[in-house]
Design a protein around this ligand. Structure first.
Ligand SMILES: Nc1ncnc2c1ncn2[C@@H]1O[C@H](COP(=O)(O)OP(=O)(O)OP(=O)(O)O)[C@@H](O)[C@H]1O
Length: 543
């Protein structure tokens, strides 16, 4: 975004990145915390009601300029219906061929995981062979199990009995795997995925250490249950570790999920502590004189994200040992990546011609291939109404709408509800109970439109989500990719619509270029999505 020529009127455009007034003072990198999230800390419910703005009539569209296209919507008239997986990224081989232990294979079958996805097929053997890895594959392609399965093969109650490590003698000692995620929602989701495989009798082998939850209870659970795996947010893990209640020197795995987000400034101190205190970096010289590292177990470092900017490559080189870059169809030494300049798609730094090939090649690995992308130009005061017409036109049943400002987000929910569309807000100002209740309602179909901000852009896994709408544009292509990835999970159909004002169109065009996907101009009229003929012509050139 630094490269975009700013239009001073545009609220998000100032010194690189700026959202609307609420986050306007923040000039650091975009993070959950910078967007007003308190994912790591207790937050209060400041749910204030805002007066609804006057209803704005829909915009009239000159019919001659437009051509109707078939909606991508999924028919589910009032009833929540699961979306069919259409082009799943499944691999040709089976979990058995990947060398997973029998007990884990049983649990996978019980939970209906029959075939590994491509990225799982590439990552599992690499991790089982003790490599440090950076896992990069598009949103919703199964990266979580790609690292959880090899870890559960070596750690905890489902492990291969021949694998070494603590617990071998039946005596539980240290924690063996630490998994770090940037938000409590994502942390809890990972815990649920692990517990599903562990089953009720072994679920205490994993402990959540997320912010916003009761810390003494977490410490008590650590003491009593001696879990093999902990999953948490950076601040809470670092706090408990600094208090001497988390013993991670014997740890064999350190997973940094959504690594590019974890590298943001707000997590810097906590991440530093975690990286220094969890096991010993493999390849570090244990005989180094003053090094306390000698007493620690050698750890494997696993970093994960759909987007791998250069900062991640740098971090992987310094925190890992000869790491591999694992993608769905590729496993290559990270060393073979360019040593300087931008990594893959990025906002601020992308666009240099020397890296454009690499960028284009990796960009298409960040977005699910089946997604359809559109943008619709409207006036600011008509955005919510355009959203409503968009939902109807596509007959979308499970919609995530992204905004950048909490107050305007509440307004949008109010307007949608006033027009009879079931909507709810999700953001960091809500208490943890309100956040989980809203998410539950959204997942079970009680809420049709979830209006949220960057909190939900990473990791949130709602299989039924058939439409993502950017009511405010994301800051750059990385944020676009993560938001867009909330739909089209695991090969399902999905549509992404960015609703913007005329002066913002160049931002959409820029993202289209960086992401190497067509983002078609469209309008919603007479209950249908329509694209302009002119736009069609230019799109032919893009394709
Ligand atoms: N082999 C598999 N078979 C069936 N379902 C799977 C398989 N692997 C993963 N899934 C399911 O696919 C969904 C998406 O997986 P996951 O959340 O791990 O994707 P991701 O790549 O981490 O996405 P993001 O980048 O958005 O975090 C989850 O609901 C998960 O349970």
């Amino acid at each position: 975004l630094h490269k975009f020529s700013c239009v001073s009127r545009m609220p998000w455009c100032h010194n690189g990145v700026r959202f609307l007034s609420q986050v306007g003072q923040h000039h650091g990198p975009l993070t959950l915390a910078s967007l007003g999230y308190k994912s790591e800390f207790e937050s209060t419910n400041k749910n204030k009601s805002n007066k609804p703005k006057k209803h704005s009539p829909p915009i009239e569209i000159p019919k001659a300029k437009v051509k109707a296209v078939r909606s991508d919507g999924i028919k589910a008239a009032g009833v929540k219906k699961s979306l069919e997986i259409e082009s799943a990224p499944f691999a040709a081989n089976s979990f058995l061929e990947l060398g997973l232990p029998p007990l884990l294979l049983e649990r996978l079958e019980r939970e209906g995981f029959n075939v590994p996805t491509e990225v799982q097929s590439a990552a599992i053997p690499s991790i089982l062979k003790n490599h440090d890895v950076v896992i990069q594959s598009y949103t919703g392609s199964g990266k979580t199990l790609a690292y959880l399965l090899p870890i559960l093969s070596k750690v905890g109650p489902l492990k291969d009995k021949s694998s070494n490590g603590n617990g071998e003698s039946g005596k539980k000692t240290d924690i063996e795997a630490v998994i770090v995620a940037p938000s409590r929602e994502l942390g809890m989701q990972i815990v649920r995925e692990i517990k599903k495989l562990l089953g009720p009798s072994d679920k205490k082998a994993v402990q959540q250490l997320v912010g916003g939850a009761n810390r003494s209870r977490q410490e008590e659970a650590l003491r009593k249950n001696k879990p093999a795996i902990v999953v948490g947010t950076p601040g809470r893990i670092a706090e408990i570790s600094a208090a001497g209640k988390l013993h991670t020197h014997g740890c064999r795995f350190l997973v940094l999920d959504e690594i590019d987000e974890l590298l943001s400034f707000n997590f810097r101190e906590a991440m530093h502590r975690i990286v220094e205190h969890v096991g010993r970096r493999s390849g570090a010289n244990p005989r180094e004189p003053k090094s306390a590292l000698a007493t620690r177990a050698e750890r494997q470092t696993i970093m994960v994200s759909a987007t791998v900017p250069f900062s991640v490559i740098r971090a992987a080189r310094s925190w890992g040992h000869d790491p591999l870059l694992v993608q769905a169809k590729n496993v290559i030494p990270l060393e073979s990546m360019p040593a300087t300049g931008p990594g893959n798609l990025s906002g601020p730094m992308s666009g240099s011609s020397s890296n454009s090939n690499l960028q284009a090649k990796q960009a298409d690995q960040s977005l699910p291939p089946a997604l359809k992308h559109y943008y619709c130009v409207t006036k600011l005061q008509h955005k919510v109404d355009t959203l409503r017409r968009c939902v109807h036109a596509l007959d979308a049943q499970t919609v995530i709408a992204f905004m950048n400002n909490t107050r305007q987000l509440k307004d949008a929910v109010f307007k949608l509800e006033a027009r009879g569309m079931k909507a709810a807000e999700l953001h960091g100002d809500l208490g943890k109970l309100a956040r989980s209740t809203t998410l539950k309602k959204f997942k079970n179909g009680e809420v049709r439109v979830l209006v949220t901000n960057e909190l939900s852009a990473r990791g949130l896994d709602v299989a039924e989500c058939d439409l993502v709408v950017n009511l405010d544009l994301p800051t750059d292509s990385i944020h676009y990719a993560h938001r867009a990835g909330r739909t089209g999970r695991l090969g399902r159909r999905g549509t992404v619509v960015s609703i913007c004002e005329e002066p913002e169109v160049f931002v959409v065009k820029k993202m289209q270029k960086q992401l190497a996907v067509p983002i078609q101009a469209c309008e919603f009229t007479e209950g249908r999505l329509v694209i302009g003929k002119e736009e069609e012509k230019t799109l032919e050139a893009v394709r």
